[in-house]
Design a protein around this ligand. Structure first.
Ligand code: T46
Length: 313
């Protein structure tokens, strides 16, 4: 997935989400009234404006998946308002998160802004959960110039991200995901010749691997996993690409994006896991403490919760 300029060919898929009740229900504007000509006019206008930056979130095969924007770009104050809408087919596939991270990165690194803010209706529970889960701060002190744009609309929740915030990967800084340790795999750099990473049984990882496996050729936006292990210990790492690992211990559900070959996660206890391929051709490598044993898998979430309860007694 990547972000790129909007193209005229994107208009029909843009109209698709505008006429999708599930997508637009909690949005401020009345998108249901828009026509294909409105979409085309928006795309044409996006080429000309300097105050707004509207880009498409596209799949690897260049299909339009949604729009992500920086609006009301204020170079003097170093701020802009973020806007994002994605098609229903993309939901749960990491496109929204990808689009947000990319546009925030552009705001800070290319436009030299220092803050990006946005708002959402408190009724839009899915969006609020999404922003809260990613650790974005709620903004309490919103200036009147900004509030003015939303006159007549209350029940809004405001968020912001400031330059220097760890918005991309909180788990890396925290050092753990749902109680599983995030490790720096020992890595030796060679000048102009890349780097070499290694780990040794019982030294860097708390077990002796009996099995190594790796998962490759997964299309972007696909999820795997959906299971837990009873006894197996594993080290997960991503030597190439970008994969989000979602771990859930029954109480806490947290995630980490693996995109650096020198970062690994050690899973030593029964944890529910899901893996989301954020970039095609990404490779997930796993060093496991035991041979493949089908009876060690728990593939139902309810059974997993029950199992956790039993082992915690
Ligand atoms: C895990 C995550 C991170 C084998 O025959 N031998 C093996 O060593 C493995 C790992 C799998 N298989 C078979 C079992 C299935 O028929 O390969 C097929 C695909 O396995 P699964 O659907 O479990 O793949 P994922 O990606 O959902 O999960 C895998 C591991 O199985 C699991 O232990 O923690 O990666």
């Amino acid at each position: 997935m990547y972000i790129r300029k909007l193209k005229m060919e994107d208009a029909p898929l843009m109209l698709e989400w505008m006429h999708d009740e599930d997508v637009v229900r909690d949005l401020a504007a009345n998108f249901m009234e828009k026509t294909i000509d409105d979409c085309k006019a928006f795309i044409a206008e996006s080429e000309k404006t300097r105050d707004n930056l509207h880009l498409a979130i596209a799949s690897d095969s260049d299909e339009y998946m949604g729009t992500v924007s920086l609006k009301h770009i204020d170079l003097e104050n170093g701020s802009a308002e973020l806007g994002i809408t994605v098609r229903k087919v993309t939901m749960g596939k990491g496109y929204s998160w990808f689009g947000m991270v990319e546009i925030i990165r552009k705001a800070f690194e290319e436009l030299n802004l220092t803050s990006v803010y946005w708002c959402v209706s408190n009724d839009n529970k899915r969006a609020c959960r999404f922003y809260d889960k990613h650790g974005f701060h709620q903004m309490v002190d919103v200036s009147s110039d900004i509030l003015f744009r939303y006159e007549g609309k209350d029940n809004l929740r405001w968020y912001s991200v400031l330059v220097g915030d760890d918005y991309q990967n909180e788990a890396l800084t925290r050092g753990n995901v749902a109680g599983c340790k995030v490790i720096n795999i020992k890595t030796i750099q060679t000048v102009n010749a890349g780097e070499l990473s290694f780990f040794e049984a019982n030294n860097e990882i708390p077990f002796t691997p009996k099995r190594i496996y790796y998962i490759s050729k997964v299309p972007e936006g696909v999820r795997r996993g959906f299971h837990a292990h009873k006894e197996l210990k594993q080290l997960l790492f991503c030597p190439y690409g970008k994969i989000q690992i979602i771990l859930d211990d029954g109480d806490i559900r947290e995630e980490i994006t693996l995109s650096d070959p020198s970062i690994g996660i050690i899973i030593e206890k029964p944890i529910w896991r899901e893996m989301l391929w954020m970039q095609k051709d990404s490779v997930l490598c796993v060093a496991a403490s035991d041979y493949y044993k089908v009876e060690d898998y728990i593939r139902s979430y309810d059974e997993f919760l029950q199992y956790r309860k039993e082992i915690l007694v």
